[in-house]
Design a protein around this ligand. Sequence first.
Ligand SMILES: NC(=O)c1ccc[n+]([C@@H]2O[C@H](COP(=O)([O-])OP(=O)(O)OC[C@H]3O[C@@H](n4cnc5c(N)ncnc54)[C@H](O)[C@@H]3O)[C@@H](O)[C@H]2O)c1
Length: 375
Amino acid sequence: MIIGLPKEIKENEYRVAATPAAVHAFVQDGHRVLFEHNCGAGSGFSDEQYIAAGGELTPREEVYRGCDMLYKVKEVEPAEFDLFHEGQVVFTYLHSNAHLEATKELLRRNVTSVAYEDIDDDNGHFPALVPMSILAGKGGFVAALYFMQSVHGGKGLLLNRTAGVATPEITILGCGASGVSVAELASAFGNKVTMLDVSWPAMEEAKKHLPINVEFMQSNRENLEICLKRTDVLFNCILWAKNRKDHVVYRKDLKLMKPGSLIVDVACDDNGAIETCRSTSHTDPVFVEEGIMHYCVDNIPSGFSCTASQTLSAATLPHALAMANKGVERALLDDAHLRRGLTTYRGQLTLEETALKHHLSYVDPKTAIEKYYQG
Ligand SMILES: NC(=O)c1ccc[n+]([C@@H]2O[C@H](COP(=O)([O-])OP(=O)(O)OC[C@H]3O[C@@H](n4cnc5c(N)ncnc54)[C@H](O)[C@@H]3O)[C@@H](O)[C@H]2O)c1
C-alpha cells in the first residue's frame, strides 16, 4: 500500500501522524510512504530522518493524489477536499459530528474514512484519545504553574510544598485520564490534592496510582462547595455530555472561591460543567470572569507536539499497519474496535452518532463492507 503523510495546515497544529520510526515500520512491511516537506518539523522530526526511515519526499499534492491511505492528525479542511480521490482511505481525528461539511465531502467522493476518536478497546476506552487526555492534564498543570505567577496575572503562588508557607490546595473534578494526569504532577509537587468524581470505581482506580497527598470525595454539591472555598486551582476534567444544559460549577459559585484562584478547564466545554467556560487558544489562553482567571485552551496537546506525535503515532500505528497489511476491508472486518471508527464507506455514513445527530441515513459498518467485499 502507498501511505501519504501530509503536513497539517490547521493553525497552531504541530503534530504529525507518523514518526520516522512509524515510517520505518511501514517500509519494513513492504509499503511505500510519501511524505510532505517539513511534515514532522513542528514535532522535531526532519525530512532527513524520514528519508533515513525509507520515506519518499513528495510534493504536497502528490502526497494526497498518489496515496492509498492518507495518514493525518486533524479533521479534513476545505482546502483538502479536492485532493481526495474515490476509494482512498483517510485515517485521522475526523470529528464528523462537528465537521459535517467535511463528512459530506467524504461521502460525495466515496472516500473511506476511519476516525481515531471512535476506535475503542476491550475496556470501553478510546486508545487514541487517552494519550491526548494525559497530555492535556499534564499541560493543564504546567499552565497553572505559569498563570499563578504574578508576572502572568496570577496571585504569585508557587504550586509546591514550601517550608514556612501553607501548602497550596488543588481540586480536580473527574478522576479519568486527564484528571489523574493533573493529580500526578500536582501531588508530585507536594500540593494538597482533592479529586471529586461521581463514579466510585473511577476514584478507586485513580487511588491505586496516586500518592497519599491525594484525597477522594464524592462529587456532590456539599463537597464541591467545601472544595471551592479552599482551592487555589480548580481543574475541570469531567467528560461532559454535549447536550447537557446544567453545570457543576455555576457562575455564582465563583464568588465562593478565594481571590486570585484559577480555573483550568481541561475538558473545555463551552458553557459546560463550568458555566463560565469558553474555549481559548494557545495565542490568547486566559480570560477573567467574576474575578477568577480561566484557562480554557482546547488543544493543549499541540503545545507538546513532539511528545504528542510520539504517543499518538504509537496508539494509531497498529491499526494503520493492519489496514496496510491486510487491506482496509479485511482489517475492518477482523477488528470490531477498528470498525467502530469507520465513518464513511463508499458513499454511506457508517458512524451512528453522527447520523443520529444530523438526521442522516446510517448503514451498519459490517453490513456496508460485506455488501461489496468478498475476500
Ligand atoms: N483541552 C484539551 O486540549 C483536551 C485534550 C484532551 C481531552 N480533552 C477533554 O477532556 C475531557 C476529559 O477527558 P478524559 O479522557 O479525562 O475523560 P474520562 O472519561 O477518562 O474521565 C472523565 C471522568 O469524569 C467523571 N465525571 C462525570 N461526571 C462527573 C461529575 N459531575 N463530577 C465529577 N466527575 C464526573 C467520570 O466518572 C470520569 O471518571 C474530555 O471532554 C476530553 O475531550 C481536552
